[in-house]
Design a protein around this ligand. Structure first.
Ligand SMILES: NC(=O)c1ccc[n+]([C@@H]2O[C@H](COP(=O)([O-])OP(=O)(O)OC[C@H]3O[C@@H](n4cnc5c(N)ncnc54)[C@H](OP(=O)(O)O)[C@@H]3O)[C@@H](O)[C@H]2O)c1
Length: 382
């Protein structure tokens, strides 16, 4: 099921705190950064917080600039992004400013919390309470936001518990972190990320920029997911594979496919595309794997991203790509599109991979991008 693009946004002190322990909200950003945040809000379909932030700060979470609101309306969007609250307990203060400002609101909660939330919010306008099961399952929340509210870009404004979970689960596409030049120094002050198991490796630094006296750093988590569940990084790498498919020399007799091989820690090991270089029959996965030393110890933990499922049979070379992947020791493949019968009937490269012990994850929401450079091959079936 598709998810929105998830952008985590937070400001921290030099000693890594989100706030101090006092009753007032600690202002970490300056006026220029608040304006930048307003711009990011205006470009989002929804803004999400946890109930801890509602209780501590009661933020309004609105787009402040009238010009930005007008631009949203002119573009056919609601004046304000949807406001989203996550609560397990359902214990909410109906007098909070959160409910009285902005436009629509959605409250995601547990089955147990739903009746409490509904009782607390009875009579509030534009609020929907959405129970998602006995516990709050973040994937279910993201899927519901995408399907029911058409949220394509979600900004998450904390607090630490929410940011920690989304990063740990591999559900964050981007982290926008602002470092403020002050120290909190209190042992009990809330921290941005708590202890626990995070995806391995380093996040990719995309940008740094001074904004007044704070520094904005934008990071992208790039470590592949594990097992059958797709992570935000899986979506990023599969999107790149689909882009690579557009670089293939044109052909009327073979598919245009892109592939990327990524180590467990998010290091790109190689990329390739069909008919790359001087080889008119090379396949994308074959081209990428040929660039990696067969003794590379990162191969067994790596993921292969391929816009089209790896081939099961081929006329041009003895070994199909599904076999090359298994022989390289790779045990996880993420793909967008199952091979149609255009050149080989009932190819089922995914079946070959699964029979060889590999996990195959398909993200059908990328199928359109994978098909695009191959539309001329598919006649009326595309
Ligand atoms: N500097 C910044 O950029 C920034 C931004 C935002 C917040 N903050 C600060 O962060 C602090 C609040 O952070 P926090 O970590 O305490 O709270 P939080 O992350 O805002 O919210 C935690 C609450 O959300 C609900 N929740 C989250 N995940 C859940 C799950 N998987 N299942 C069920 N419920 C779930 C629970 O609500 P229930 O308790 O209702 O069950 C939980 O207590 C405040 O001090 C605030 O000022 C700072």
């Amino acid at each position: 099921m598709p998810h929105p693009y998830v952008l985590l946004s937070a400001a921290v002190s030099l000693d890594g705190c989100l706030d101090d322990t006092g009753p007032e909200r600690l202002l970490l950003s300056g006026p220029q950064d608040f304006d930048r945040v307003d711009e990011v809000r205006a470009a989002s379909d929804a803004i999400l917080i946890g109930a801890g932030t509602l209780r501590a700060d009661d933020p309004r979470l609105v787009v402040r600039s009238p010009e930005r609101r007008a631009a949203r309306t002119a573009a056919g969007l609601p004046e304000f992004p949807l406001k989203v609250l996550v609560t397990g307990s359902g214990e909410l203060d109906p007098a909070a400013r959160f409910w009285r400002t902005g436009g629509r609101k959605a409250v995601y909660t547990t089955d147990g919390g739903a009746s409490r939330a509904q009782a607390a919010l009875r009579g509030q306008k534009d609020v929907e309470v959405v129970p998602v099961g006995p516990e709050v399952d973040w994937r279910a929340v993201l899927e519901h936001l995408h399907a029911a509210y058409r949220v394509r870009r979600l900004m998450v404004e904390g607090g630490g518990s929410v940011h920690t979970q989304l990063l740990r689960l591999g559900l964050a596409d981007e982290l926008q972190l602002v470092l403020a030049p002050l120290l909190v120094g209190e042992p009990g002050a809330p921290r941005l990320f708590g202890p626990g198991a995070y995806p391995p490796g380093r996040l990719r630094l995309e940008e740094t920029r001074p904004v007044g006296d704070v520094v904005l750093a934008r990071y992208r988590p790039v470590a592949p997911g594990a097992g059958p569940l797709a992570s935000a990084a899986d979506r990023y790498w599969l999107g790149l594979a689909c882009d690579l498919a557009r670089e293939c020399p044109p052909s009327r007799t073979a598919f245009s496919v892109g592939a990327v091989v990524v180590a467990e820690d998010g290091t790109e090991l190689a990329r390739g595309h069909s008919r790359e270089g001087d080889d008119p029959v090379v396949h994308a996965e074959e081209a990428a794997l040929a660039k990696i030393d067969r003794a590379d110890p990162r191969l067994p933990g790596a993921t292969v991203y391929s816009s089209l499922e790896p081939c099961a049979r081929r006329a041009s070379r003895p070994a199909p790509c599904a076999r090359l992947i298994l022989d390289a020791g790779v045990r996880r493949v993420v793909t967008a599109w199952r091979e149609p019968d255009t050149f080989v009937a009932a190819a089922d490269g995914s079946g070959v991979l699964a029979a060889g012990g590999a996990e195959v994850v398909r993200l059908p929401e990328y199928e359109g991008r994978a098909v695009e450079p191959n539309r001329h091959l598919l006649g009326g079936s595309a």
